[in-house]
Design a protein around this ligand. Structure first.
Ligand code: ADP
Length: 981
């Protein structure tokens, strides 16, 4: 089996030589991975390079485009804004030129200057963010600004000239109007003069005497007055035209019109001047000349209306010229801006052209890169990967498939020194390994055939052996079965025997207790006590034998009560002293002075241990003495610890047997059994008991000298008040009860009857469970004492049936169980069935008394009677009430009895009720309970129950009377307290 790895190693070594001195390490220069990496670099590198170049080109394009966006476009926007603003100036210039008010002029001038300044700022801005040089534009803008400045000055002058012209015209018109008034007056005067001459001509007609006068007058009229009148009329006509001529001068739009109007004015003023000379009133003539001077100054002043109007015409002409120059500047600006825009556009076009050329180049470059990368990749894949790797891998796969198919003839020769070559070398190793494996497989199948033959032989052998073993196992199982059956039979036998023994023992113990009621001498009483103690010891042994299965299964429990340890030791030595006396052996006990007055622990088990040890010591000692010694040990865990040793001067125990004798059914040797009898059970039980109590039991012995059995055990401290009174005294009588005793065993019945009789109770007997159920269904009882182990229907089942009775008063009767089996699970089964309490056999009067007391309030002792009343009413009144009750008692009882005998139940219940009230006052609880029962049964008209309750009442009344009399006697005997009322 070790040849396999050798073959592999051999293959590697061989191959190493073949492939060049065993160089199986990876050669970095020729490794497949490196070459694949190079191929990858070639495939991926070319597109990456072209991509990089294209990226650089596109970065230039991006820069140009950014310049276009950042410089050219704002410049175009500026040029457009420029044109718009210059056209606003051109539009506003004529309005400005036509302004005739000073405030309008100021406003328009500000607007125009603002526009021109905006143009200049735009130019400045444009110069800042563009490298275009719009100097011509700046000069044009400056020209425009100057022209607007000149225009502003001219407009300002024209407004001043207009104001002057308006004032001159107004003054002229006013003077013309006044002159017209004077001319009217002069006409009127001339008309009046003419009229007067004509009138005087009438006088001459009436007086033809004076024809000279007449003609003179007529001549004067024709030559002077009518001529004057004609002159004045002419003057008035000329003055009337003056206003119109002045208005024409002011409104003259051309120099020619102005000259014509001026000539007309001169002509009129000349005529008027001449007519003024004909005015006869020199004052009026002077005033008229003054007015004429106002209308047309003769001294040629520069501010006369004509001169002002001529200046206005001049200013207007110059304004037109300047306005034209503004327009020309604007037109020039438009042209220059258009030229600028064209230049910008040209540049943008150049930049865009460059960008598209670059993009085109980058695209071509990328395409070229991609195509060449594809071609290079294909070439690499085709010539290198396919030719160099895939083909070799396919060859390798085919070789492996061949090998897997079992064709191992052709060797695999590695080509080169890369990974595939190494794989080929490995495949070659596998090929050789496969050849070796096949050889091995052949050998293995040969061995397997041999092995199969051996195995078949072995199987046959095993089958034979198994058959043999099966027979033995069956025999062992049979033997074990028999042993277990024997063990079970032993336990059952023991249980049955102890049970059968316990039943008569109960009777014996009961009779012994009954004896105790009779008057006995001191000696008889001590014998009686010894017999009873002995009986208890025997019962304990029987119990222990009964519990042997429990001991073996470890289910033994501790039963704690209060006891005196010294008294226990004394009892045992006293009990065993007759045996010792009989054998001539001294039986002694040694007790220390500092024993605790009372202890709490499992006294029954302790008693059994000591009893057993003392009995053994006496049994195995022929002469000498047996000593029971109690020593106190240091306390521990709240317990008082004791070493109780039983030493003897007997035959001793051999060393080999010293531990064995503590096993169940083990004795020192068969000879012991033959000579001394016994079961070999006692020490085993004693040691288990000691362990249950938390102690140890050991032995020290010298054959031929004697043995010392040592019990180390601890007990809790107990209260003296908890110590039990000796069982042979009956407790004080209590309220008589009607009791149903269910017991099949005659002796046990007698024992129970004896106890009940001593307690003053009434009873009936039922021997079976069925009879018990029937009795409870038929009659009312205060309590049922139920033996648990009845033949047929058990006490447990009978209790269940009683609880299932239809009448709730009957179904609820208290049932007290009596059983020899008082393990916790057995007790709980009976309590579940409906029992209120389970008493352990053998029954003691104390147990029974306590159980019966628990179901009915106990009457107080004589000493307690009337105590409650004394506390409430004081001594004198208590005595008075008690005496009154006693005086009436006989009469009440007689009435109750008579009513009962007559069957007058109403009367009976009434009388019982009244007497119950009186008894309640005195605290006579027993009598109250009895009367309550009687009242109820009278109400129910139940004759049988009434009869029974009447009997009970008679009995209880007699006892109560006695107790009351005694209590009154005691009260009488007491001294009267001075403080009492
Ligand atoms: P039994 O006494 O019924 O045989 P025990 O378990 O009490 O059963 O005792 C077992 C054995 O131990 C006895 O048979 C006896 O051989 C030995 N033995 C017990 N006590 C003494 C003793 N005090 N002296 C000598 N041998 C004893």
């Amino acid at each position: 089996m070790f040849r396999y790895p050798c073959v592999v190693e051999f293959g590697i070594v061989n191959l190493g030589r073949k492939t060049g001195g065993g160089k199986l390490n990876m050669d970095r220069d020729t490794s497949l991975g490196r070459r694949l990496f190079l191929a990858f670099l070639v495939i991926a590198g070319l597109p990456a390079l072209t991509g990089l170049w294209g990226w650089i080109q596109l970065a230039d394009v991006e820069r140009d485009q950014n310049a276009l966006i950042n410089n050219t476009l704002p410049a175009i926007i500026d040029v457009r804004g420029f044109t718009e603003e210059s056209s606003k100036v051109v539009a506003a210039a004529p309005e400005f030129a036509a302004v005739t008010r000073e405030e309008d002029r100021v406003q328009r001038a500000a607007y125009l200057f603002g526009q021109v300044d905006a143009l200049r700022q735009r130019l400045e801005r444009n110069r800042n963010h563009s490298n275009l040089p719009p100097y011509a534009l700046s000069v044009t803008v400056m020209d425009m600004r100057n022209s607007i400045g000149v225009l502003d000055v001219l407009v300002q002058r024209r407004i001043a000239a207009l104001d002057q012209q308006r004032a001159q015209l107004a003054a002229g018109l006013e003077a013309a109007a006044e002159l017209s008034d004077i001319a009217d007056t002069l006409v009127a005067n001339a008309e009046a003069g003419s009229s007067a001459v004509v009138t005087s001509l009438y006088d001459f007609a009436r007086r033809p005497s004076d024809p000279e006068g007449y003609f003179q007058t007529l001549d004067k009229l024709v030559e002077v007055d009518l001529f004057q009148l004609g002159l004045m009329f002419d003057m008035r006509a000329q003055t009337a035209e003056l206003g119109m001529i002045l208005s024409r001068i002011a409104a003259a739009g051309t120099p020619e019109a102005l000259a014509l109007a001026g000539r007309d004015l001169t002509r009129s003023t000349d005529i008027i001047t001449r007519r003024i000379r004909a005015v006869q009133d020199p004052m009026r003539a002077a005033h008229a000349r003054q007015l004429l001077q106002v209308i047309a100054p003769q001294d040629g002043r520069p501010d006369d209306l004509n001169a002002v109007s001529a200046r206005l015409l001049d200013i207007n002409a110059r304004i037109v010229t300047v306005e034209a120059s503004v327009r020309a500047a604007a037109a020039q600006m438009d042209r220059e801006a258009a030229a600028l825009a064209e230049e910008i556009h040209a540049r943008a076009v150049v930049s865009g052209g460059q960008a598209s050329a670059t993009i085109k180049f980058a695209r071509q470059l990328t395409t070229l890169g991609a195509v060449s990368a594809l071609l290079v990749s294909l070439a690499v894949l085709w010539f290198y990967v396919r030719g160099n790797i895939l083909r070799r891998l396919e060859g390798l796969a085919a070789t492996m498939a061949r090998l897997a198919g079992g064709d191992t003839r052709r060797p695999v020769v590695p080509s080169g020194n890369d990974e595939i070559a190494r794989m080929e070398a490995a495949v070659e190793i596998f090929r050789r390994q496969a050849i070796a494996n096949r050889d091995l497989e052949d050998e293995r199948s040969r061995h397997l055939d041999e092995l199969n033959q051996h195995r078949n032989e072995l199987q046959r052998l095993v089958q034979d052996q198994t058959e043999q073993l099966r027979g033995e196992v069956a025999a062992h199982a049979e033997a074990r079965h028999r042993a277990e059956a024997a063990d079970r039979a032993k336990s059952e036998f023991l249980a049955m025997m102890s049970h059968e023994l316990r039943t008569p023992m109960n009777g014996v113990l009961g009779m012994l207790r009954s004896l105790g009621r009779d008057p006995l001498t001191h000696r008889q009483r001590s014998y009686l006590r010894a017999a009873e103690v002995s009986g208890h010891g025997l019962m304990a042994i029987l119990n222990d034998i009964l519990y042997l299965p429990l001991i073996e299964s470890g289910r033994l429990i501790e039963t704690v009560s209060t006891f005196r340890i010294g008294e226990l030791v004394q009892d045992i030595t006293f009990l065993m002293s007759p045996v010792a006396q009989e054998k001539g052996i001294a039986l002694l006990h040694v007790l220390p002075d500092d024993l605790p007055p009372a202890l709490r622990g499992d006294v029954a088990k302790l008693r059994q241990i000591l009893f057993n040890l003392v009995a053994n010591a006496l049994k195995f000692t022929a002469e000498g003495r047996v000593v029971v010694t109690v020593e106190t040990l240091p306390g521990d865990g709240g317990r008082a610890w004791f070493l109780i040793s039983v030493s003897d001067t007997g035959k001793g125990i051999s060393e080999q047997a010293r531990e064995r004798i503590f096993e169940v059914f083990e004795q020192e040797n068969p000879a012991t059994a033959r000579q001394y009898g016994g079961t070999g059970l006692g020490l085993a039980i004693c040691r288990r008991f000691a362990e249950v109590m938390g102690g140890t039991l050991s032995v020290d012995s010298t054959p031929g000298v004697g043995s010392v059995f040592a019990l180390r055990v601890g007990f809790l401290p107990g209260k003296v008040g908890d110590l039990p009174a000796p069982d042979i005294h009956f407790p004080a009588p209590q309220r008589p009860l009607s009791v149903l005793v269910v017991e099949d065993h005659a002796i046990n019945r007698m024992v129970v009857e004896t106890y009940l009789e001593a307690g003053g109770h009434h009873w009936q007997i039922a021997e079976t469970g069925e009879a018990a159920v029937a009795a409870v269904a038929a009659e009312r009882f205060d309590v049922v004492l139920m033996d648990v182990n009845l033949p047929g229907v058990s006490g447990t089942e009978a209790t269940r049936r009683i609880r299932a009775l239809p009448d709730p008063r009957r179904a609820m009767v208290p049932v007290i169980g009596i059983s020899a089996h008082v393990q916790p699970d057995q007790i709980s089964e009976n309590l579940d069935a409906g029992m209120i309490h389970v008493l352990a056999k053998p029954l003691t009067p104390r147990q029974l008394h306590a159980a019966l007391t628990a179901i009915t309030p106990q009457a107080r002792d004589d000493g307690d009677l009337l105590q409650a009343m004394l506390a409430d009413f004081g001594r004198a009144r208590t005595i008075m009430i008690a005496r009154a009750f006693l005086d009436r008692m006989d009469a009440d009882l007689a009435a109750i009895t008579a009513a009962g005998q007559q069957g007058a139940y109403d009367k009976l219940s009434g009388a019982a009720h009244r007497m119950k009230g009186a008894a309640g006052n005195l605290g006579l609880d027993g009598l109250v309970g009895c009367l309550q029962d009687l009242e109820s049964s009278a109400r129910a008209a139940d004759r049988a129950t009434v009869t029974r309750d009447l009997d009970l009442l008679a009995d209880l009344a007699a006892r109560t009377r006695l107790e009351l009399v005694r209590a009154l006697d005691r009260l009488d005997a007491q001294q009267v307290s001075p403080a009492e009322p």
